[in-house]
Write a protein that binds this ligand. Structure first.
Ligand SMILES: Cc1ncc(COP(=O)(O)O)c(C=O)c1O
Length: 437
């Protein structure tokens, strides 16, 4: 390590090739609107909203002011046995965005915590309603549900299984993923083929008996695995099968929530209502860590109907409904509403789609896919070195002042919802130049 980069050594970076990064760091020091700025002042166009989270763009003055004001007024309030008024107020506001009959919310600090909270609520609910045999959980291959033991167990990321195989929670099965490159490559929006993949749920239930299954969890669009859009009718079919067997359906909307798809949640965008929704990221536009789990009224009421129970759900975080997060959330939601950002995402989606799909035919491109303001370009891997091409492309993009996200050999984009047509054109032309080089 060079002397210049000595100071990078102490921080063990998450989900990062530490050695490669520290040799060639990609540092950002400031942000505003659609842009990051490097310590030496280069302006980087942010086409990922940080990490799928800064939906309101960076440094919105109303959000900044709300956080500053709150920090001066009350730094922290204990959420166990005490409360602060703004937490109740924002809970009520947020439930106006959820599907009908989903009016209760449990606060966490991240997507991972939201997922593990949702799984615990699902398991506890089955016990509460007198179905204690329902303990199994069903996730999906290529699903990403964060890094808790619950999340990695229902998730379908092979690397987690390689490192932590003996530590997964028991009783978990996986649906097949829905990435059918041979049949659905270059789909614009919802892919045509693959609804039958949902029927695999029936096979899993036949094997394990539906009476042993508590919940199914999926991302409506798998984000971290490379923007995998559900085939036509797929989510509806999952809902029907869950209904038939009285199984809870959890949508992990950590990425798809809060306008990403041009609607409040994917639940509304796809017109499929789950029983539980997990969220984080866009909840506060990434400004202060916060997560939220929304549950159907009858799930909440089941817990509240038991006499003689002091604490209905034995679960919570020191920082649940942290005052700074609540203030950030309240201001963020007001910005979304006042500036019509969810509608803006819907309006920009076709422009984004056209621009992305113009990359078809560029060197090594094997698929382009998109929905709302989520998009991906997949590349053929370099022989024997999967992931290498993707890593090279994001580095070259950063050198060309463009931030995109990479998963393996797939480049993903999920820009702030404030973006303009000129940002889209600039991003796509920069990527095109990188690919041609
Ligand atoms: C669908 C989904 N669930 C859970 C998580 C985990 O969120 P966090 O990193 O905030 O723990 C993510 C993060 O990208 C996600 O995309």
């Amino acid at each position: 390590m060079s002397e210049k980069n000595q100071s990078l050594e102490s921080f063990w970076m998450p989900f990062t090739g530490n050695r490669a990064f520290k040799k060639n760091p990609r540092l950002v020091a400031r942000s505003n609107g659609m842009f990051y700025y490097t310590p030496d002042g280069r302006e980087i166009l942010d086409m990922v909203a940080g990490l799928w989270c800064c939906n309101a763009g960076h440094g919105h003055p109303a959000i900044v002011e709300a956080i500053q004001t709150q920090a001066a007024e009350m730094d922290y309030a204990p959420p166990f046995g005490f409360g602060h008024p703004a937490a109740f107020e924002i809970a009520e506001t947020l439930t106006t965005l959820t599907p009908e009959g989903m009016n209760h919310v449990f606060f966490t600090n991240s997507g991972s915590e939201s997922v593990d909270t949702a799984l615990k609520i699902a398991l506890a609910y089955q016990k509460e309603r007198g179905q204690p045999s329902r303990t199994r959980l069903i996730g999906r291959e290529r699903g990403y549900h964060g890094v808790g033991f619950g999340g990695i167990s229902v998730g379908g990321i092979p690397y987690n299984r390689k490192q932590f195989s003996n530590s997964m929670i028991p009783g978990v099965d996986h649906l097949p993923h829905t990435h059918l490159l041979d049949r659905n490559a270059y789909s614009r929006g919802i892919p045509e083929f693959g609804v039958e993949l949902a029927d695999e749920l029936e096979n899993i239930l036949t094997l394990h008996d539906p009476g042993n299954v508590a919940a199914v969890i999926v991302e409506p669009i798998a984000g971290s695995a490379g923007v995998l859009i559900p085939p036509k009718g797929y989510l509806k079919r999952l809902r029907e099968i869950c209904d038939k067997h009285d199984i809870l359906l959890i949508f992990d909307e950590v990425i798809t929530g809060f306008g990403r798809l041009g609607d409040n949640f994917a639940a509304q965008a796809f017109d499929v209502t789950p029983d539980i929704i997990t969220s984080a990221k866009g909840l506060t536009s990434g400004t202060v860590p916060m997560g939220a789990v929304f549950v159907r009224d009858d799930i909440y009421n089941e817990f509240m109907s038991k006499p003689g129970v002091a604490i209905e759900l034995f679960h919570g975080y020191t920082y649940s409904a942290h005052p700074l997060a609540v203030a950030a959330c309240k201001a963020t939601q007001k910005v979304y509403a006042d500036e019509g950002l969810f509608q803006r995402a819907a309006d920009m989606a076709p422009v984004f789609e056209d621009a992305l799909h113009s990359l078809k035919g560029e060197a090594n491109v094997i698929d382009v896919r998109n929905y709302g303001l989520m998009g991906a370009v997949e590349f053929a891997p370099i022989d024997g070195q999967p992931g290498m091409r993707g890593a090279e492309i994001i580095q070259k993009c950063f050198e060309a002042d463009l931030m995109v996200r990479v998963t393996g050999d797939t480049i993903a984009m999920s820009p702030p919802l404030i973006l303009e047509e000129s940002h889209i054109q600039h991003a796509i032309e920069t990527l095109r130049t990188v690919l041609r080089a």
